[in-house]
Design a protein around this ligand. Structure first.
Ligand code: C5P
Length: 228
């Protein structure tokens, strides 16, 4: 089961490199994230590459547009054969409802506050209620709009789990092992902490993708979370 909780982000614009990682890891990782870097260059080819190896695709294109456009985008993504995808909750209720109303759609998770932002960044954007409150309100909006869950940093998992209940999917990026460099991520915890707090999925990019030995790095994470 712990294998199913780890999503490895294929954060590269190079399909060959992504294919190598999927080939290497498909024995221990069952879900891969296809994001904008890979999708902008290769489109459905990138999704097919993962599906062909009997792994699932988490499509992280963070849709954020007018309701009609996002609804069509979800319909298109459904044809691609992805199991879950992201959209920005800040697109508003009408946009989220247009997306959630698509029949037989993939699972939809709403991005709340990016893990690269902190309170200071939010206040710069004119949002003064602080990260936690903002994440909670946006997760509530996702639930009211009948999305399946939300994306938040590990720091807000416990709060979201408590307020949104056990069936609400929580996806947590911003995962780092102890002592590892955080780069642009500002709200991070370890894989073990994130799962313990109630995440359904953790999204890990650079700690695996840029590791000297990606298999070893992924194995360590799977081992760490399988004790939870
Ligand atoms: O390399 P790292 O582990 O920091 O990558 C985290 C992944 O999670 C990236 O692919 C990033 O796009 C994604 N993500 C995020 N914060 C969000 C949503 C997605 O970091 N709120």
């Amino acid at each position: 089961m712990s294998k199913e909780k780890l999503i490895v982000a294929l954060d590269t614009g190079d399909l060959k490199k992504a294919r190598c990682i999927v080939n290497e890891l498909s024995g221990i990782v069952k879900i891969f994230k296809v994001g904008s870097q890979l999708f902008a260059r290769y489109g459905p080819k990138a999704v097919d590459m993962v599906n062909k190896r009997n792994c699932k695709v988490f499509l992280d294109l963070k849709f954020h547009d007018i309701p009609n456009t996002v609804k069509s985008a979800v319909e298109s993504a459904k044809e691609l054969g992805v199991f879950m995808l992201t959209l920005h909750t800040l697109g508003g209720k009408e946009m989220l409802k247009a997306a959630s109303g698509v029949p037989k759609r993939p699972k939809l998770v709403g991005v709340t506050v990016l893990t690269s932002l902190n309170n200071e960044d939010l206040s710069y954007l004119g949002i003064n209620r602080g990260v936690e409150d903002e994440v909670l309100e946006l997760a509530r909006l996702a639930k009211e709009s009948e999305l399946d869950g939300a994306v938040c940093s590990p720091k807000e998992i416990a709060l979201i789990r408590k307020k949104m209940g056990k069936d609400f999917i929580i996806v947590a990026p911003g995962i780092r092992l102890i002592g590892e460099k955080t780069s642009d991520q500002k709200r991070v915890l370890t894989p073990k902490e994130a799962i313990k707090l109630g995440a359904d999925y953790i999204v890990v990019g650079r700690p695996i993708f840029e590791a000297k030995e990606p298999i070893k790095a992924a194995e360590e994470i799977v081992k760490e979370i399988s004790d939870e």
